[in-house]
Write a protein that binds this ligand. Sequence first.
Ligand code: PBG
Length: 328
Amino acid sequence: MDLHHRPRRNRKSESVRALCQETSLHPSDLILPVFFHSESTDHPIESMPGCTRWSLTGLADEAKRAFELGIPAMVLFPKVDEALKSSDGRAAASDDGIVSKAIATIRDAVPEMSIITDVALDPYSSDGHDGVVEQQPNGDLKILNDETVEVLCEQALCHARAGADIVSPSDMMDGRVGAIREALDTHGFQDVNILSYSAKYASAYYGPFRGALDSAPKAGDKKTYQMDPANRREALREVALDVSEGADMVMVKPAGPYLDIIREVRNEVQLPVAAYQVSGEYLMIKSAAAAGWVDEDKIIVESLMGIKRAGADMILTYFAKEACELIS
Ligand code: PBG
């Protein structure tokens, strides 16, 4: 054939392919979400095979392993004792709570690790909701916006006092980023970043996570605060509001089924963009691999590369440690 253009020339060898690679994946792109509890032993998480609910001692060792692999940050998810849960999630702001202890533990084990905390009430909510719950006369549950934001500010301050580097509101209440920024600044925490879950969808992909923390809504769903999976423009509106309220980084969640949203957000804002490969995405890969249907290692790297290519600067993923080993 008399071909002038032969794109395959740029794929002819490993080294030429390396030169032409447009997207790369580094350990420093990855954030490891971790689960922990106040018990003294580590427990495998039934709803998320391969993940562990750590004791504080186990958490310290996990932080060391992650940091040695090159992972710069962890995001903390506590499993809270049933007795501490209430309809307004007040225990979320308690200075002697398990999150404060976990921050101190990780800081001590790995001083350089960036510690990200989740700001939302669900682990502390007796109703399994991210905000303060009010029962309506007809029995429906209403998630109160402004009352929730007050508690979220207290929670963020509690995390900042304990030494969190970055607070990460995942609740989707209106106005919480601005309110948290003001609360942090007023109390001398100007250097604590806000990583906002800006476009967080009401997704069935969170199921295994709620199993891990025993935090599923007891009634109703999260559709009055998390976004409709059908909406794209609304994601840009949410992101624009968070940027104007002072977010330092914005997030799209879930990641894999929302690559178009990641790209739109990347094109729209100057801030770093994070994406969360959530528990359901993790489990779909894990279960297909366990059945022998897909090559786990290759799918891990490809799924993360896709999220990075879509425009994410950083990825929260339960595969963070495996991925570091696979790409090194
Ligand atoms: C709660 C929270 C959720 C996740 C992170 N923070 C669950 C939810 O919103 O119901 C999900 C993470 C995952 O599925 O891996 N604020």
